[in-house]
Ligand binder design. Structure first.
Ligand code: CO
Length: 434
């Protein structure tokens, strides 16, 4: 029952988080409701031991943390990402077709499965910059109604539709609007609470309007848009909120732009995590050497969804490292270190899951297949911690509607809660969980 409630809360979170701006806004609201204090990166931080805080960058990345009451040892970090592949509107996006239709000119953000965006109601959400008396102000907009569709070409006009038809994003995937250009501008202006002429610039994306759902009971499936990686982001956030302060600073990072390589000021390859950890260390009176030592008593979990064995394509999975939906948390391994997991971080994460009574399974790519990359190795170029790459097993990654195991959300929440309540003391070649 509790697992179903958690998944319903996750579906609600996803439904209200059409992109990273809204995921961060909703995460911030949950943290505020749980008593976390909001901090601005541009102001002086007065951190109190035992306190709970969060800060955001670019309105699209968030770091929340809970400080130890005393005896600060290091950091226990879980990182995930808030962005998902989607179509982004180009600066001049209005396109008239046949003097009759309004189409929108878009480009791809990230590597989505193109075919999954056809023939479903879509809407628009994102951020606009509105002109003010003294300058400009950022405002989030979500048109929050069915407005657009990307219609397929009829089978009669495309006999190759079922034979590996190659889609062109500039011609095949432009959405058709159900409202006129004037109406669309009015809707955007209304959502931004300004005149359309006062919008100086914008970052607007399409999103799938289909609501997520549970198939079966709590041992069944969860289907929704953006499970990669809002399922991990949500579970880690809940884990932090439920955790108790231990000897490590518990840090939940939700990054932006993972789907386009993380190399932005709000991405995992940026200084955001390092800047925040430095400020936390300063609050405990640590100097540069103290910070370096604290990093050695720290652990990071890079949480990004993983590929489960596909029932129609079991041959695509590695012969021996085969994770299944509802089988527990997936530890990801890659010889080339696309995933950060090594024997140390794999072992430490297994101990944390053992303590949390959560099952683990393992993933490796087939040796003849290139995998994707994720957050851990990029984050380590800024702030190097013992790091493990993990995820929840899912199917149809980067589809507009993805599928995962209903049991696994609760597993990750429990593991996150345990991680955030645990400190890891490093004694040279040995490690102790405190
Ligand atoms: Co991901």
């Amino acid at each position: 029952m509790e697992a179903t409630q958690l998944n319903r809360a996750l579906l609600d979170f996803i439904d209200h988080s059409p992109n990273s701006f809204f995921a961060v806004k909703n995460a911030a609201e949950q943290l505020s409701a749980a008593g976390f204090t909001r901090l601005s990166e541009s102001e002086r931080w007065e951190l109190i031991p035992g306190g709970s805080y969060y800060t955001t960058r670019n309105s699209s990345a968030l770091i929340a943390f809970r400080l130890p009451k005393a005896d600060f040892l290091g950091f226990s970090v879980m990182a995930s990402h808030a962005d998902s592949p989607a179509f982004k509107l180009k600066p001049k996006f209005e396109m008239s077709a046949e003097g009759t239709f309004l189409k929108l000119n878009t480009e791809r953000y990230g590597g989505m499965i193109l075919s999954t965006w056809f023939d479903r109601p879509l809407s628009i959400a994102g951020r606009v910059m509105v002109k003010t008396e003294s300058g400009a102000e950022s405002r989030l907009v979500n048109l929050d109604r069915d407005l657009l569709v990307i219609p397929s070409l009829a089978i009669h006009m495309n006999r190759e539709a079922n034979d590996g038809f190659r889609m062109n994003p500039q011609t095949d995937l432009l959405p058709l609007s159900g409202v006129s250009a004037e109406e669309l501008r009015a809707l955007i202006a209304e959502a931004a609470g300004c005149r359309y002429e006062d919008i100086l610039d914008a970052e607007l994306s399409l999103y799938n309007r289909q609501k997520g759902t549970l198939l079966g009971d709590e041992e069944g499936l969860i289907c929704a848009p953006r499970l990669d990686d809002l399922q991990c982001a949500f579970a880690s956030l809940r884990g932090l909120i439920e955790s108790a302060p231990g000897r490590s600073a518990a840090v939940c990072a939700i990054c932006d732009n993972e789907e386009v390589g993380s190399v932005t000021k709000q991405g995992a390859a940026a200084s955001f995590l390092k800047d925040t950890l430095t400020r936390i260390a300063a609050a405990f009176g640590l100097d540069g050497e103290g910070f370096t030592r604290a990093l050695r008593h720290s652990f990071m979990v890079s949480a990004d969804n993983a590929h489960g064995v596909h029932p129609n394509h079991p041959e695509k999975a590695d012969p021996t490292n085969r994770p299944y939906l509802n089988g527990g948390i997936v530890i990801k391994y890659s010889a080339n270190q696309k995933y950060t997991t090594d024997a140390v971080s794999g072992a430490l994460f297994r101990l944390i899951c053992e303590k949390a009574e959560v099952p683990v399974q393992v993933f490796a790519n087939r040796s003849d297949m290139m995998g994707g990359s994720t957050l851990g190795n990029l984050s380590n170029t800024q702030v190097a911690l013992n790091t493990v790459d993990i995820g929840i097993a899912q199917l149809a990654m980067h589809s507009a509607f993805e599928t995962a195991g209903a049991k696994d959300t609760a597993y990750l929440k429990k593991a996150a809660k345990t991680l955030f309540s645990t400190a890891i003391e490093c004694g040279g070649e040995s490690y102790s969980l405190l």
